[in-house]
Design a protein around this ligand. Structure first.
Ligand code: NAG
Ligand code: NAG
Ligand code: NAG
Ligand code: NAG
Length: 428
């Protein structure tokens, strides 16, 4: 609490002092580059040094950022870049870290601290910014469309303005995240990814640097590759003997079901699933080619049902499965009875029977047409002769048709009358 009040007081006084004094800038001298060396500030047109009492990385960072030299790598103890000369303008600087210039930092007012040029503050800046580290928070590197990929971008020091996630080959960042002064890492999430997100990723951060301030970008981090697997629904169809009606296979014939995918991955396989009334049967074949054929050499009723095809592949320790194709119904039909051997034997025996019957009828017909006319004429003749005789016999008794009847009746009544005819005939 006391320390806080002290800093507040010195800060306030520092600002007031800043307001009345005219610092012209800061520089690093006698180092390897403009980004390392002894710290000097300009006051009243004269460069003077800074005493290193209370000098810490926060103060050093303010100097590096002000000079556009990235962040302080380390603050070597002692006057490693040689002793300065001239006035010691600042003693016991107490930066908070967000100041745009060293001359805006608070200064502790106990100026009685004994400082010589042996205590000159020095800084070694990173020059460019330190490289951040990109790590993958998601537990795998292979994803399906629609999933989210979580990265973490981290650096060792603060003072950041924002973090960016870049995809290799794309100039604008895909994800940007604001950072506060103390933040050292950020989670960068690519959500709802698509196949075009597949590629190599790196991150960068930016800091506000320089006076007047500008945004300075860090070098890109290490890169991480992600793969996006999109499995399209396979197609499938079946082939069988040509005489089978559509949607069916003739029992005992062979049939083939072919599954086909437009996209292939190494190690992929097709799975054929048959749903039938009493359960489900699955079988798989490696997808060495984009189309794979399941063969069924002898169709039986157990092959009847709905066939579905899907594509699956294992990548990056994950299993990816496509959607199932539309159902392909296959009915197993009994063979057409006419074409089966039994049908043919039935047909043959049936035909034989029919032919035999026809032949019998014809023979009978021929026989009757040949024999019947003779029989009829001979019988007719006998009758006529009998009638004529009878007529001629009874014509003498004067009663025509009546007597014929009587004559017949008489003949019928006398069984030997016919026997007598030949006698009549012989007599006439
Ligand atoms: C990422 O993929 C690229 C090609 O796309 C390849 O050159 C690089 O080696 C891969 N990097 C890693 C870390 O696998
Ligand atoms: C198999 O069936 C498909 C679809 O019905 C057809 O396009 C293809 O020509 C058939 N292949 C053979 C070898 O009959
Ligand atoms: C099914 O595939 C087998 C083996 O590839 C082949 O011999 C047969 O002719 C095919 N059958 C049909 C109906 O395409
Ligand atoms: C299902 O029926 C088929 C014949 O239609 C038979 O071969 C198969 O063993 C049956 N499966 C089960 C699980 O009962």
């Amino acid at each position: 609490m006391l320390k806080f009040l002290h800093i507040l007081l010195t800060g306030l006084l520092g600002v007031l002092w800043d307001g009345v004094t005219a610092f012209g800038g800061v520089r690093l001298v006698d180092g390897e580059s403009k980004c390392s060396g002894r710290v000097e500030v300009l006051l009243h047109n004269q460069w003077g040094t800074v005493c290193n009492h209370g000098w810490d990385p926060r103060d050093a960072n303010v100097v590096c950022l002000e000079l556009g030299c990235g962040l302080a790598e380390f603050t070597p103890p002692g006057a490693v870049y040689g002793e300065g000369s001239g006035p010691i303008w600042l003693r016991h600087v107490q930066c908070l870290g967000h100041e745009s210039s060293l001359t805006r930092c608070a200064v502790a007012l106990h100026n009685n601290v004994y400082c010589t040029h042996e205590n000159d503050a020095v800084v070694k800046c990173s020059g460019t910014l330190l490289m951040p580290t990109l790590t993958l928070l998601s537990p795998h590197t292979v994803f399906s469309p629609g999933e989210a990929v979580r990265f973490s971008c981290s650096i060792l020091q603060g003072h950041l303005s924002d973090f960016h996630l870049y995809k290799h080959g794309v100039s604008t960042p895909l994800v940007t995240q604001r950072a506060d002064q103390t933040q050292k890492k950020a989670e960068l999430t690519l959500s709802d990814i698509e196949t075009f997100h597949q590629g190599s990723y790196s991150c960068q951060y930016r800091i506000k640097s320089g006076f007047p301030s500008q945004l300075l970008s860090s070098p890109p981090s290490n890169s991480i590759n992600i793969t996006v697997v999109e499995l399209l629904t396979p197609q499938h169809w079946y082939n069988t003997s040509t005489e089978a009606p559509a949607g069916s296979v003739i029992k005992g014939h062979n049939f083939n079901i072919t599954c086909s995918t437009p996209q292939q991955y190494p190690g992929g396989s097709f799975q054929l699933r048959l749903i039938r009334s009493n359960g489900t049967v699955r079988q798989s074949l490696p997808a060495l080619t984009p189309s794979v054929t399941f063969t069924f050499p002898n169709a039986q009723s157990s092959n009847e049902g709905y066939y579905y095809c899907l594509y699956r592949v294992q990548l990056g320790g994950r299993t990816f499965v496509s959607r199932e194709s539309q159902p392909l119904p296959i009915a197993i039909r009994d063979p057409d009875p006419v074409l089966s051997p039994m049908g043919i034997s039935w047909l043959v025996s049936g035909l034989t029977f029919v032919v035999a019957v026809v032949v019998l009828i014809i023979v009978a017909k021929v026989w009757t047409t040949l024999m019947l006319p003779y029989q009829l004429t001979s019988y007719d003749g006998v009758c006529r002769q009998q009638i004529t005789k009878a007529e001629s016999r009874v014509s003498g008794q004067s009663e025509g048709s009546h007597s014929i009847h009587r004559g017949f009746r008489r003949q019928n009544a006398e069984p030997n009358s016919l026997v007598r005819h030949p006698a009549h005939l012989r007599r006439s």
